[in-house]
Design a protein around this ligand. Structure first.
Ligand code: RIB
Ligand code: CA
Length: 351
């Protein structure tokens, strides 16, 4: 086997983050160096706890640790009336109930199914490491060779941005950053922004301006690569604990999406956003219609706050092209990869 791909996951575990973590731990082509948690779908205490539950479900507690990350975005919640402070997304559509927990992704129809506070797993016996996510980034990256480690942030980018600001010497150590986030023709937290970027727009722009190689896996791609309940049944038949968890979460997400997304309701499926980013690290060909272009994040704090602004004009010259941005994905290739990893894991366990 060729050399394993060294990666660090950065998650706001959540249901699709959980599936992404399972794949990053079970695909033998990865060398998962650590898991950083962050505030996002739910508060960081809960995203940390959920990540620990998934590590135990995969029986990887001896192989990988969880490092608790930032509990608040860099600046977007400093003003108590900001949407990020109140959690009111989509400009407070009239059919949205008032917020209870400001930093949750909200109590919109389906939110509780899509990102429950606790994953359907036992309370973890293991604890997070004593070092914070930022400390882990700094120590691990500074000790690495240039271009050695791939980062896979699938939640708000606060941890990585703070680490980059704290010590820019980590930047040359990064091989690539594969971000689940952003949207071009598709958005969710407002007409202009996707949740991971919307929570902490400034962090995303700090990461963009680092000059690292960035591959975006936005909503345009993740919604094209939805997984169906029918497919989750085949995964469940594998019968291992990780496979059953993945099937449970796909079905839970499908229920949640059916309550707020007519297209997904008809397709009887749900996007598994974060796991597609993990797949794209090893199999970039899963991403389709990939633009090599210029993207920046709006940090103006108004209607487009958190928008990933994708340059589509032909005029863009070479040096301005700062990232790769996928507008589509191969749904079958994504599902086949997910099923193959879980099947191999079953065979490795001798089941
Ligand atoms: O917009 C989708 C993203 O927001 C996913 O990463 C999901 O887990 C949430 O964090
Ligand atoms: Ca996420």
């Amino acid at each position: 086997m060729e050399e394993k791909r060294k990666i660090i996951m950065d998650v706001d575990t959540g249901s699709d983050d959980a599936i992404a973590l399972v794949m990053s731990m079970l695909d033998e082509h990865f060398d998962l160096l650590g898991i950083c948690s962050v505030n996002g779908n739910i508060e960081v205490k809960l995203t940390t706890d959920n990540s620990l539950r998934v590590v135990e479900c995969c029986e990887k507690e001896e192989d990988v640790k969880v490092y608790k990350g930032c509990d608040l975005p860099m600046v977007s919640t400093l003003t108590p009336w900001s949407p990020q402070s109140t959690g009111i997304q989509s400009w407070g559509l009239i059919n949205e109930p008032p917020r209870k927990n400001p930093r949750r992704s909200g109590d919109r129809p389906g939110d509780k199914e899509v990102h429950p506070e606790h994953l359907p797993l036992p309370e973890p016996r293991i604890k997070e490491d004593s070092r914070s996510a930022v400390q882990f980034y700094l120590e691990t990256l500074l000790a690495a060779k240039d271009g050695e480690i791939t980062l896979v942030p699938v939640g708000p980018l606060t941890n990585l941005a703070v680490a980059m600001r704290a010590d820019p010497r980590i930047i040359p150590k990064i091989k690539e950053i594969v971000i689940m986030g952003g949207g071009h023709l598709m958005n969710n937290s407002s007409p202009a922004s996707e949740f991971n970027i919307w929570v902490d727009p400034e962090a995303a722009e700090v990461v963009i301006q680092s000059g690292c190689k960035i591959t975006w896996v936005p909503l345009d791609a993740t919604h094209a690569a939805y997984i169906t309940v029918e497919e989750s049944k085949k995964i469940r038949e594998l019968g291992t604990k990780p496979a059953v968890l993945v099937a449970d979460l796909i079905e839970q997400r499908t229920i949640g999406y059916a309550r707020s997304d007519a297209e997904m309701r008809d397709l009887k499926g749900a996007p598994i956003h974060d796991a597609l980013a993990v797949c794209a690290v090893l199999h970039p060909e899963v991403l389709k219609d990939v633009l090599h272009t210029n993207v920046h994040v709006d940090v103006g704090g108004s209607y487009a706050y958190g928008q990933t602004i994708v340059e589509r004009r032909i005029r863009v010259i070479e040096e301005e092209k700062n990232c790769y941005f996928a507008l589509n994905a191969d749904r079958k290739m994504f599902y086949d990869w997910m099923y193959e990893v879980l099947k191999n894991d079953k065979e490795k366990r001798g089941l």
